[in-house]
Design a protein around this ligand. Structure first.
Ligand code: SF4
Ligand code: SF4
Length: 462
């Protein structure tokens, strides 16, 4: 059988010393190192020696995906995987915005015009203008479980700040836990919270209903965090939001899995490194605390989005600035992994929920509208995918079923780890079906990640 180097195999030469070459496959996440002789064989594929020892060695590489049969079209195979993912319905992940209000006034939240969606609407037992009733959302969740024959239901409480609507949260999670237990559906829930109202007592109370995971946000050290994530209104004495969140985090650390997200901009990179050291020094790596880093991704209203897209088209420096942030985030990830706050640096394969278009991951707003991604809340109505009161789903899902990967993506090394983010395409090109270019991001990020992962693995095995 003739073999070729997989299009998903990245090769990094002469690391950590001359003559040692690292192979990494973006689909299988396998990593291996080879010497000059091995690289000579691989770089000569599909023509190679037929010595049994070489053939045996190549077959071992086939198992890890580094090499593949010459006639395999990997882009096509990956497209078939997307079709399979589209057909998968037995898992359901519902993210529910319980209230469109927050007790924080974060600078980047206001930046994108998203505050127009922070209109105070909420879900209640009795129903208030602009908000559905808890009974209605429960009926929707149960009907989805039945129609889709769901085996695993994961629920995320979202906002604004979800704990500003704790009565609705308690009603929903207690009812769904009972429902799932009766039907042998695996159930647990998580929350995206600013962390200010989540203390140990609340964590323990929610844990009874299957609370398993929370994501809170800390934007660096006290100074940078308090500047970007202040109280919405300060009454009387000023209290640091950083101090409150850090105190809360330490009180429940170890009880549930916690992701600490740090939103990174050019103004808090050093402070984000400081945060890593602070969490590590407090011993939180051993207490189920893990870190994530993200660039600012505000949700836009239509008018702001149009201006952003135009600005991007007119201003090549914006791409340069974006890559600088990606580089900074990569270095933060490596630092966090070295301090035990990230378990595995290797990027995971991921699907964009919008592209998958099968309602497996949905976000619902207090008015009952369904979105396949929270980044589309507050945008043109054509970007929602239905309403909980209607059986028919469609809108964006129908549009996205016509999406297939452009040829450039089908041939790309990074396809398995590039979600092909539709929100990003819309932001950069104004076209939700359009191509986005994340290649430059991966070129900045992946070699550094491969080196760091290799080094960490070597340290662990020594
Ligand atoms: S968007 Fe760019 S990086 Fe992503 S798969 Fe397509 S070509 Fe590759
Ligand atoms: S549009 Fe982007 S952020 Fe939204 S689900 Fe897809 S990849 Fe994720």
């Amino acid at each position: 059988m003739k073999l070729k180097l997989s299009q998903f195999t990245v090769h990094l030469h002469d690391y950590p010393r001359s003559g040692n070459h690292i192979l990494y496959n973006t689909l299988t996440r396998a990593m291996s190192s080879i010497d000059d002789k091995g690289w000579h064989v691989l770089s000569g594929l599909p023509n190679t020696s037929h010595e049994p020892s070489v053939q045996e060695w190549l077959e071992a590489l086939v198992k890890n995906g580094f090499v593949v049969p010459q006639d395999v079209d990997e882009g096509e195979l990956y497209t078939q995987r997307l079709e399979k993912a589209r057909g998968n319905t037995d898992h359901l992940h519902v993210t529910l915005s319980l209230i469109q209000r927050c007790n924080f006034g974060c600078s980047y939240c206001y930046q994108g015009g998203a505050q127009s969606t922070h209109d105070g609407s909420k879900i209640t037992a009795e129903g208030v203008p602009g908000g559905i009733k808890t009974d209605e959302i429960l009926a929707f969740l149960k009907s989805q479980c039945e129609v889709r024959d769901v085996k695993r239901l994961y629920f995320t409480a979202y906002g604004g700040e979800p704990l500003l609507n704790k009565p609705a949260l308690l009603e929903i999670v207690s009812a769904m836990q009972t429902y799932c237990q009766q039907r042998e559906i695996r159930w647990s829930f998580g929350m995206v919270s600013n962390g200010s109202l989540l203390n140990r007592k609340t964590v323990l109370e929610l844990k009874k209903y299957g609370f398993a995971q929370v994501q809170i946000t800390i934007d660096g050290n006290k100074e940078t965090h308090d500047a970007s994530r202040p109280w919405r209104s300060v009454k009387g004495e000023e209290v640091s939001t950083y101090d409150i969140i850090m105190g809360n985090l330490e009180s429940w650390a170890g009880v549930i899995h916690t992701d600490v997200l740090c939103v990174v901009s050019e103004s808090n990179i050093d402070a984000a490194h400081e945060l890593i050291d602070t969490l590590a020094r407090k011993g939180l790596a051993k207490k189920r605390i893990r870190m994530k880093f993200s660039p600012i991704s505000p949700t836009y209203d239509d008018e702001t989005l149009e201006a952003v897209t135009q600005n991007f088209a007119d201003n090549p420096d914006l791409l340069k600035a974006e890559l600088e942030i990606i580089d900074a985030i990569t270095k933060l990830q490596i630092h966090a992994a070295q301090r035990g706050l990230i378990d595995d640096l290797r990027p995971r394969g991921t699907w964009c929920n919008v592209i998958r278009a099968n309602g497996q991951n949905v976000t619902i707003t207090p008015d009952g509208k369904i979105y396949s991604c929270a980044l589309f809340i507050g945008r043109n109505e054509k970007y929602d995918t239905g309403h909980i009161s209607k059986n028919a789903r469609g809108g964006l899902d129908n549009l996205m079923k016509t999406f297939s990967y452009p040829d450039e993506c089908k041939r790309c090394t990074y396809l398995p780890i590039c979600a092909n983010c539709r929100a990003d395409s819309l932001e950069k090109t104004g076209d939700i079906l359009g191509a986005n270019s994340h290649k430059a991001r991966f070129e900045v990020m992946l070699p550094q990640i491969i080196q760091a992962h290799y080094d960490l693995r070597q340290q662990q095995s020594n």
